[in-house]
Design a protein around this ligand. Sequence first.
Ligand SMILES: [Zn+2]
Length: 124
Amino acid sequence: MRDVSLWRNLLGIEKTVLERVVFDEDAQVLVAHVRPVARQRGRCGRCQRRSPQYDGGPGRRRWRALDLGTIRAELEADTPRVRCREHGVVVAAVPWARHDAGHTYAFDDQVAWLATPGLEVHSD
Ligand SMILES: [Zn+2]
């Protein structure tokens, strides 16, 4: 796919393979289909330890990503499970979001920035 690095920057994702980007007309959402790069696959979602694959997990899911202007954006990926020595069967880690989070790291960062105390807009 062309312009992959541009999409990566817009979506704020790293260590992630961007498979394709589609626009969901009904939901008015841009959906980026992704998967972790090989080195990031097969890791426990809680401790990041490399663990054997357990099964395909509950299927595809989506994470809220940074908006692109006025367009809402989401990442969509498979959710395989691994068997961690310490944590048992857990959904594998993904490089774009915290375990069990419904949004990406980049989305978190932006919300944190917007919520920073003392941030004022001057109009003089
Ligand atoms: Zn673990």
